[in-house]
Structures are given as C-alpha cells and as structure tokens.
Design a protein. Structure first.
Length: 698
C-alpha cells in the first residue's frame, strides 16, 4: 500500500502546539505501520463530498484527516476535532480534467462563505486608487482550465480583481495559483502538457509538488521535521526555469525582499552539483552569519547522503579567499584590523609638510577607491574613475594624496599586515592565469553587497563560460557596499538578468508598506533597473503596527504586550525577532522581551536548533533571516538614520550613500517578517517613518 503525505498536512501540523505535534507524529507513525489498526478509531467523514475521507483519533481533541483507498493512504490534515471535520467536509481529491494531475480541491461555495468582509487597515491607505482591474476577466474558461484551474473555480477566478487575488491563494492548487500570479504580474506562463489518459494522477509533476510518497520511517520523520521551514526552500515553476536554465555566461536574478532569490540560489547550487560527479560548486555570500543561514537551508533541501551534497562548498567570500590564500600561496594572511588601518592613515597624514586632509575623507577614499581597486601606482590612482566620489581633486591634490596612501601601505606592510581587499586580490592574481580552478561553478547570494575585489575573485576561481557565475540579489537591500560597475570588472550579465515578481514570504500589507521606503525604480551603475511595482504577494495579513511613544517605558510595554499576544495566539518564541539599529538599543529590545515573559537569544549566538527564545539583533545582522513576526524597535530620530554616520560623511556622496543604505536597513528589517511586523520608536520618530505612514515616495 502506498503511503503519501500532503503539504497541507505538514502545514497544519506546524500550527499545533508542541505537545499536540508530538502526539500527532506518534499517531502518524502508527498509521504508517498499520493504516487499519483498531486503536486509530477510524471514522468516515459522512458530510464530505469525497467518500474516501476518514479521520484517525490522536487524543480526545486532535484528529488526523486521511484519504484512504484500497491501494493508498494519504495524510491530508491534522487539527482540533471540529476544525478537522470542517476541513474535510469542504474538500475533495480529484483528477484535473485537462492536466491529469491529482488535486486537493476546496468547494467554492463554502470557501466564499468563509471569506467574510475585508478587515479595515490600522494605517491610512497609501493613496486613493481607482477601482481595481480584473486581470483574468478576458481569459476564456478553456485557457484557465488548461492552466490547471479546477473547473468549479473558473467563474470565481474570472471575477477576481487585483485586491482579491490574495483570497484565491489559500483555495487553489499551487500550479493554478502560480499561473494566475504570473498572469497578474504581466507574464505569460507556459501551458502545461496534458498527461496521457491512463497516467497515474499522483505521478504528475504538479501532484508531486503537494503529495509526497513516503517509503519508510526515516523518510516520514524527515517529512515531518520541518513544517515551519518548508516554505523557505519551496520552488515554484518561474523559479525552477531559472534554476535549470543553461546560461552562456554570468547570470543574475533580482527581485524585492521575499521573492525567493535565496531559494533560487540554493536550488541552482544543487542543480549544478547534480550535473556531473566532477562538479565543485561554491555557494557563497558576503558574511559569516548569512553563510550559516545558507548552510541550514541547504540541509533542509538536500540530505548528507545525497552525493551532490559533497560537491557543494558553503562559504562567505572573504572566508574562501582566506582559505585559498593559505592553500595556493602557502601563507596565512595577517589581516589588518580597522583600527590598524586608521592608525596607518593617521601616521601617513602626519608627515612633516603634508597637506591636510580630514581623517574622515582619507578613510572613505582609502576604502572606496585605493583599497577597493587595489591601486599600487601613481598612474593607476591618477587614471582611476572615482565613481560616486563628488569631491573634486586636482592634479596636485591627487598626487599629494597618492604619496600619503603609499606611506599608509608601507606602514601596514612593515608590520606584516594586509587588508581583506589585498588578501582577496592576491588569490585573484594567482588564479586569474591558472588553468586549474578550485571550483567549476559559483552561486552567490545577496550579491548586491559583494565588493569590487570579491567580484574579481569570483570571476577568477571558476572557468569562464557556460553556467560559471550565478548571482542573486536586490539593489534595494544594498547596505554594506557602495555601488560600482560590474561591467568594469569584466562581469557582464546583460541579457542574462531576470527579475522575480511573486513574493512567497512576506504578506501583501508588509511588502506594500516596506516598498514605500524605496524609490519605485532602483537603478544600478550599469543601467540595470529593478522595479518594485508589479510585485505581488501570495497571501494577505494584518497591517503593520506602527507606534511612536513619549517614553522608552511606554514603547517597551507596547512591544512586550505585542510579543505576548503573538505567543498566546500560537507563534513560537523562536519565530519572533526584535531588531534595532545598533547594540546601543539592545537594552530596550531585551526589556520588551522580558516584559512579554520570554527569554532572548542574540543573533550573534542563535543556535541552529530553535530553543524557545525570542531572537534579538541588529538590522544588519538580520540580513537574509526570516521570521514569522518582527518588532523593529527604537526607530527614533537620530537613530535611523544613525546620526553618527551622517556626521561622519566626508563629502556629499558619502552623505547620499549613508541615507540610502540607512533606508535599505529599515527596509531589510521590516521585510524579515512573514506575517506580522511592529515598528516603534520615540516621538517624533525616524524621518523614514513618514514615508511608510503617508505614502510618500522618494
């Protein structure tokens, strides 16, 4: 007898309390051993339109919904008694008449009755908008049927407008919703090829997305292990096409927060690793913490027993440079600390007769020009394009500056110190002309924060050509690196750039508010433009809670009550994060968590296994993280944007960069949340909040 588990079962399992989950899993193991065991107390769901729906008893209250035939058992849902029966009464399993895929279909009438009136938002509407258009009204029924829409739902789909698209997500099969979302965002999804009449409907690729065959106890345990994390590695067809496409050179996928860029990067790495037993795939990002997050998600996607797992190296770029420096050059680099670099610049600037430049300007010029481009001669500094640097420097000034930077370089080398950029450059020089490369492919996540030396390195450690480099990133989330031209570094993604428009992670309300922090279009130095418009979220949720308070105590009390309410409603503490601009605001975050009666764990030390504590961290460390709910605290005036950063700007370009990246930081913090976000601060609050509240765009 074939034993299957539906994605609706793992989703419903994740909504139960921990003790209820354990009891349900025990019953599932019993069902797999003997689906007809007397102790399961099986009962047919008499009111269901599908005669094969049964319930199995977990305890006095919890029931598992099964779909039983003579040859198979399918776990469909688990919940409290009345909820489980109501769920089964509203659904049936049928074979789609066009695609031939097995579908779990909800009855239209009951779904529409359950929808109810729309919830009034807690914040003012972004703008007065005309009546929403109906994107599917002009699509004929036969075409909708061809896309996998269940026949009973075609009229409802045709009547849906741009706002009510979200109401369809919870009711339609995944392949049908994928097609509708692509149509709603201006795409033209490919029509699926109908299956042969005698084909097994559960063997159809669309059915395999939601019904998983479980062969043994180990597979069953793995299927039940990550009900919450499941969505984090989900891949839909628009993403799959990018994962499996053959690219003739460097390629890039972009998209706003939550559109699945990291998911694409993960699957791309696995896909490349499975293409050849000789594949050596680098899956990298720019920081240690993000490297750890990638490693955990990769573990959810591919098991250690899979041969492809051994072909993937998960790393952060500077870390792999450090490792390759030791392997290739036989020397462990002695990395200069920021304070040592500042000391070198200060000593060089204090030479007798030296023309005076501010320490602030010198540090910025060193970081963004001299060290970033690894300039080693007067001619190189004289001729370099100081992209983004607005302070004009005449010939004599530039010559004086170069003498100063030469002395700073000599100061560091005399102490056997090298910068990270120099370390990376040494490895790049070694492999640029080498026939043998350490990797066959490189997949880079959060590519918007890759630096000039790092980009050069990545191009040097893989062979040029087909499927060599794959980047995933969002210009609107750039917070660590000033912009620069990729073309100038020989990395040309023109004609091989794609943008994701469907947001599977963040609710419509959170995404819409967060997008107001950024311009409608963000353009990179090479002219590639990312548009925030046209992105659509696949689910609805509450409006963000935004509050400004007169005292820290009032803010702490509000956030404490907010966290407490989430936990009471069933959100696990480790699914909640409290984020602040810097460690100076940590005490406020910890006080709020304590007021909620919870314990906290820092993002610095967050364990791989959830341990029942609310996560607290800074906005920059939260990059790439995902939570069910996020409180963004201490959004005060002079905290975000950070006043010390504004005051330290050496020139106008630095000031512009500071404001842009501070906006990006707040955007990143808000979009870490899936379902709920609270944004708080002391009156009058950050100037950025006005954009979120009043709907103004830069």
């Amino acid at each position: 007898m074939e034993f299957r588990i539906a994605d609706t079962f793992t989703a419903s399992l994740g909504r139960l309390a921990a003790a209820e989950q354990r009891a349900a899993k025990t019953t599932v193991y019993d069902i797999q051993v003997d689906p007809s065991a007397h102790g399961l107390r099986l009962h047919r769901v008499d009111q269901s339109k599908d005669a094969n729906f049964w319930t199995a008893r977990v305890n006095d209250d919890i029931r598992i919904v099964l779909h039983r035939t003579q040859t198979s058992v399918l776990l469909c849902y688990v919940g409290h008694h009345d909820d489980a029966y109501a769920w089964a009464e509203r659904r049936r399993i049928e074979t789609h008449p066009h695609t031939g895929a097995a579908q779990l279909v909800e009855l239209v009438v009951r779904a529409e009755q359950a929808s109810g009136p729309p919830r009034a938002p807690s914040l003012p509407e972004v703008q007065q908008r005309p009546a929403p258009r109906k994107p599917f009204m002009a699509i004929v029924a036969d075409q909708l049927l061809a896309y996998g829409i269940p026949p009973d739902w075609i009229a409802t789909v045709q009547a849906a407008d741009e706002e009510s698209v979200f109401d369809l997500v919870a009711h339609l099969p995944a392949e049908a919703m994928d097609a509708l979302l692509e149509l709603a965002t201006g795409g033209r999804p490919a029509l699926p090829v109908p299956a042969p009449p005698d084909a097994d409907p559960f063997a159809h690729p669309d059915a395999q997305r939601r019904f998983r065959v479980v062969a043994n106890l180990d597979e069953l345990k793995q299927a039940l292990e990550y009900p919450w994390e499941k969505w984090a590695v989900f891949l839909h067809p628009a993403q799959r096409e990018l994962v499996e496409r053959r690219f003739g050179g460097p390629a890039r996928v972009t998209g706003s927060a939550g559109t699945g860029k990291t998911v694409v990067a993960l699957h791309r790495a696995v896909h490349l690793a499975r293409q050849s037993p000789d594949a050596r795939v680098l899956l990298a990002t720019f920081s240690k913490s993000l490297r750890q997050a990638l490693k955990i998600k990769l573990g959810h996607l591919i098991g250690p027993a899979d041969p492809a797992a051994a072909r993937i190296t998960v790393a952060y770029v500077d870390g792999i440079a450090h490792q390759l420096h030791e392997q290739a050059l036989g020397v462990v680099p002695n990395i200069a600390m920021p304070a040592q670099i500042d000391a070198a610049l200060k000593a060089a600037a204090e030479e007798p007769g030296e023309r005076r430049f501010t320490q602030r300007f010198l540090a910025a010029e060193w970081r963004q020009v001299v060290d970033a481009w690894q300039l080693r001669s007067w001619e190189a500094y004289r001729d370099v394009t100081r992209l983004g640097r607005k302070t004009r420097i005449g010939g004599s000034q530039r010559e004086a500056l170069w003498g100063l930077f030469q002395r700073a370089q000599a100061y560091l080398h005399a102490r056997n110190l090298v910068t990270w950029a120099e370390t990376v450059a040494r490895v790049t020089d070694h492999y640029s002309g080498a026939a043998a490369k350490p990797f066959t492919h490189a997949v880079i996540d959060e590519a918007q924060d890759i630096s000039i030396p790092q980009l050069r390195l990545l191009a040097a450690i893989v062979p040029a050509g087909v499927d060599s480099l794959f980047f995933a990133g969002d210009i609107g989330q750039r917070i660590f690196q000033p912009p620069f031209s990729w073309l100038s570094q020989g990395v040309d993604v023109r004609g091989r750039s794609s943008s994701l428009k469907v947001n599977y992670r963040t609710s419509h309300q959170i995404r819409r508010r967060a997008d107001l922090l950024l311009p409608a279009h963000v353009r990179d130095v090479d002219g590639y433009e990312e548009g925030r418009r046209g992105t659509i979220s696949v689910f609805d949720g509450p409006e963000p809670d935004v509050g400004l308070f007169g005292t820290v105590e009032d803010e702490v009390a509000f956030v404490g009550a907010w966290i407490g309410g989430l936990v009471t409603d069933g959100t696990a503490p480790h699914e909640i994060a409290v984020l602040v601009r810097s460690t100076d605001q940590f005490d406020r975050a910890k006080a709020a968590i304590k007021a909620a009666g919870q314990k906290w764990v820092s993002l610095y030390e967050r364990p791989e296994v959830p341990d029942g504590r609310v996560v607290v961290g800074t906005m920059d460390l939260a990059k790439g993280m995902e939570f069910r709910a996020v409180a963004v605290m201490a959004c005060d005036d002079e905290v975000i944007p950070l006043q010390s950063r504004i005051e330290s700007a050496a020139e106008e370009s630095d000031l512009d960069e500071a404001f842009d990246s501070e906006r990006h930081l707040l955007y990143v913090a808000c979009t870490r949340a899936r379902d709920r976000v609270a944004i708080t601060g002391l009156e009058p609050g950050s100037e950025f909040l006005a954009d979120m509240l009043e709907g103004r765009r830069a």
